[in-house]
Ligand binder design. Sequence first.
Ligand SMILES: [Zn+2]
Ligand SMILES: [Zn+2]
Length: 146
Amino acid sequence: MTDPQKRLETMLGKLREKDMRITPQRLAVLKILAESSEHPSVERIYEQVKRDFPTTSLATVYKTIILLKEIEEVLEIGFSDGSSRYDGNKPYPHPHLICTKCKNIVDPDLDSLKDVTTELSKETGFKITSHRLDFFGICSECQKSI
Ligand SMILES: [Zn+2]
Ligand SMILES: [Zn+2]
């Protein structure tokens, strides 16, 4: 996991470069995204922000995330049912392990991915610019309760 404090500073730096106003609510959204390794949904972030800022609207949270997406400071993991989860700690493409029961999403440490990318490029002549790699399964916690 990237140092949450560093992530927050990077996000703030980029937002300031774009002359974007940083309200306390926006800052709260940024903090949650920088600190979380759980890939929260917008609703989840909203619930957390509301604890400190009860007047925050869901739209504010959405708008902040859209802004962060534009400056590539958050990674969106979209699903076919239209739902999305977000990774603000690692805003670049990386593999995900997704539990189909509890919807838990984790970042595996997968060094071999670099080799796969190199191999793919060699084989196909593609210049790989991004990737999307999701593994679906049942996490160890959920396996216990079967
Ligand atoms: Zn699970
Ligand atoms: Zn992730």
